[in-house]
Design a protein around this ligand. Structure first.
Ligand SMILES: *Cc1c(COP(=O)(O)O)cnc(C)c1O
Length: 378
């Protein structure tokens, strides 16, 4: 057994994808950027495709290329495409590319000429997120795209945008963005640009706003079984999702300490009574947030043992309680689906001033991933 491991329940991934597909005819793009939100991009992509997802999406070109070299042959898009990228390689691997600037558009067209491969592009429009996407000069951009498309230099596959507040389902901002999206789509379509695929919904929109579906959902966090926002949308259980990631670690040392012991760097926690502590074999170098407080901890022998003091680079301390029977060498659950009382990625997020997305994506590469491909664990 390893010092620490990430167990990934691929059956939970397929169950989550199927749950979304059950309620709609819209196709699903499995979003596996950041190594599949820490779960492993290739394994997650395979599981999602087997469950009926038709597309795979990533941020970086290198992530897309890695999926291709590991045998993923579905339609595949990379949407972070600065102009210096190696678009020749992207085209040779049949990777769709998102475009928000002339610089990137021109570089892709040049790559198309060099390779003799027709580039497949998706136009990203900024409808209020104020991050990626075309904003100023939209009309001229569309006329350039239309000309390139007529000359057979690009294939306009998609037209898309991204929501800033989909996890606040009641915010007017969502309808505002959709209206702006609709206006831009109508303009493009009436000026010679006819994308086959229109997509804007992330998980939060997929779970709350059918008006945003068009012909594809870009499904990330919900596919991993996590809630886009626990406060506004409820927990995984409330949403009928199964968290796929369980993190386990070894208690590398269990020992009794007296009352008044100052624990860890800075002695930020002091034991109130004599207790048994467990030293857990993970730290911030493994992705356990240093900012976590005692609302997080580990689950051992059917009980929660809260974090004690600051998280170190490779270890942290938990309060097992005086009567605990935990022993050096036992394995504990750092977080999991939460169905048996263990802490969840949501708990670790709220104990660290962050969100479940950051908890799962930051579990370090040095922690091995183990895959359960069988029936759902729950
Ligand atoms: C990450 C990402 C998604 C998925 O978002 P979730 O909230 O995880 O569903 C969708 N679209 C784009 C452009 C993204 O970057």
């Amino acid at each position: 057994m390893h010092r620490a491991i990430v167990e990934v329940d691929l059956a939970a991934i397929t169950a989550n994808v199927k749950k979304i597909l059950k309620s709609t005819q819209t196709s699903v793009m499995a979003v596996v950027k950041a190594d599949g939100y820490g779960h492993g991009r290739v394994e997650v992509a395979q599981a999602a495709l087997s469950a009926g997802a038709l597309w795979v999406g990533v941020a970086l070109l290198e992530e897309a290329i890695s999926l291709r070299t590991h045998g993923i042959s579905s339609p595949l898009i990379a949407w972070l495409t600065p102009p210096h990228e190696d678009f020749d390689t992207a085209l040779k691997h049949d990777i769709d590319l998102s475009v928000s600037s002339y610089e990137t558009l021109n570089a892709i067209v040049e790559a198309g000429k060099r390779t003799g491969i027709l580039p497949r592009i998706h136009i990203e429009v900024d409808t209020g997120m104020t991050r990626g996407g075309v904003l100023g000069g939209f009309e001229e951009f569309i006329s350039e795209i239309s000309e390139l498309s007529e000359r057979g230099q690009i294939d306009v596959v998609g037209f898309w945008t991204h929501f800033a507040r989909a996890d606040e389902p009641r915010s007017d901002f969502n309808q505002k963005q959709l209206k702006e999206f609709e206006r831009k789509l109508t303009y493009a379509e009436s000026h010679g640009v006819r994308p086959r695929l229109v997509h804007c919904a992330n998980s939060a929109a997929a779970l709350t706003n059918p008006d945003s579906y068009y012909n594809m959902l870009r499904l990330g966090i919900a596919m991993y079984g996590l809630s886009p926002d626990v406060k506004t949308m409820g927990s995984s259980a409330d949403l009928g999702l199964l968290p796929a990631m369980t993190v386990k670690a070894e208690l590398q040392l269990v020992k009794d300490v007296p009352a008044g012991s100052a624990v860890g760097y800075g002695g930020s926690a002091i034991t109130e009574r004599g207790t048994k502590i467990g030293v857990v074999a993970m730290g911030y170098a493994d992705g356990i947030p240093r900012t976590a407080n005692n609302l997080a901890g580990v689950f051992v022998a059917g009980k929660r043992a809260p974090l004690l003091g600051r998280v170190s680079m490779d270890q942290f301390v938990v309060d097992l309680g005086e009567s605990s029977e935990a022993k050096t060498g036992d394995h504990v659950i750092v977080f999991g689906p939460g169905l048996h009382g263990e802490y969840t990625a949501d708990d670790w997020g709220s104990a660290s001033g962050t969100i479940n997305y950051e908890i799962v994506t930051r579990i370090a590469a040095r922690v091995p991933r183990l895959y359960n491909r069988g029936a759902a664990l729950h």
